[in-house]
Structure formats: C-alpha cells, structure tokens
Design a protein around this ligand. Sequence first.
Ligand code: SF4
Length: 87
Amino acid sequence: MDNNGNKCRICLIRDMAGKEDILSYINKTRDMLTDEDRVSNLVYEERLKKCTSCDNLLSATCMKCGCYVEIRALAQNNHCPLKKRKW
Ligand code: SF4
C-alpha cells in the first residue's frame, strides 16, 4: 500500500522478488538487439518512467498490449500502443 492507501500495482519486474528468470530474459533480449535496434539507457528509463505512471500498467504488464514493458521498451521500433503514444 502506498501513503494514500492504494494497493501497489507492482510496476516493474525489477522491483519484484523471485523473478530472476524474467530478468534474465530481459537481459538476453537486450543482448540480442543490435546497437541500432536497441534504445539508449536514457531513452529506456524515460519510457519506463512513463509506463510506471500510466494507469494501464499492472504487474509489470501493459494492459493495452499484454507485453512486459521492460521488454517492449528495449527496442527502437516498439512504441506505446495507445493512439496518443506516451513513447
Ligand atoms: S506502453 Fe503505453 S499504455 Fe502501456 S503501460 Fe506503457 S505508457 Fe501505458
């Protein structure tokens, strides 16, 4: 619960305990992408910041596309699925 009594929506996998297998998958995905296809760390963190403040995020998953945002946000060609994209 946060200070306002809201239940935690568990924003990112990296904030969860016992999810090392998924974290390993994220790292493998990052390694598989070429420098051209992968966003910079700065852009990646900016994307995740927008996701963690989005109402469509639940348990590290975007409820609009069903993706783990930490994986979707890695690739240059991936975008937020909303009509008015957040990234
Ligand atoms: S990808 Fe877009 S819609 Fe999905 S959680 Fe992130 S900001 Fe929200």
